[in-house]
Design a protein around this ligand. Structure first.
Ligand code: IDP
Ligand code: MG
Length: 138
């Protein structure tokens, strides 16, 4: 079944000029870009996006990082989108990410790991709705 996932290219990867290369990896893996934009999140918006992590010790660092520069936000469509995209990006910690994954190639640390990927269909819809209206999706 075709479904969606939500992704962000994180600030350090955008700053490094890797936006095109990373989007290319996603398209080559069969993901269709349904919505796409560049946005600089405020600390408040980044904090809301990552609210599920607010009790974790790295929350403050994560919010500061994700609001520290513009990101690329996108909704991607594919069969089995959520699981296949997590496979494409690799483990949260790039030192544990498999060869050929986006995080292996582009991440610089556990915190600055180049890309976000939704962890469930439910969260993919919540995250897509957080960033995009219906008229921004094609
Ligand atoms: P995920 O992005 O692979 O789903 P999560 O556990 O949901 O990983 O964590 C969200 C984000 O928080 C990670 O992508 C990473 O940027 C950051 N993060 C996760 N664990 C740590 C940590 O131990 N120290 C610093 N940052 C972390
Ligand atoms: Mg996560």
């Amino acid at each position: 079944m075709r479904n969606i996932t939500f992704t962000m290219i994180k600030p350090e990867a955008v700053e490094a000029g890797n936006t095109g290369a990373i989007l290319n990896r996603m398209e080559e893996a069969g993901f269709r870009i349904l919505a796409l934009k560049k946005v600089h999140l405020t600390a408040e918006r980044a904090g809301l996006f990552y609210e599920v992590h607010k009790e974790r010790p790295f929350y403050g660092e994560l919010v500061e990082y994700m609001s520290g520069g513009p990101i690329i936000a996108a909704i991607l469509e594919k069969d089995n989108a959520v699981a296949d995209f997590r496979t494409l990006i690799g483990s949260t910690n790039p030192e544990e990410a498999d060869e050929g994954t986006i995080r292996k190639e582009f991440a610089t640390s556990l915190a600055m790991n180049a890309v976000h990927g939704s962890d469930s269909d439910e969260n993919a819809n919540i995250e897509a709705n957080f960033h995009f209206s219906e008229e921004e999706r094609f």
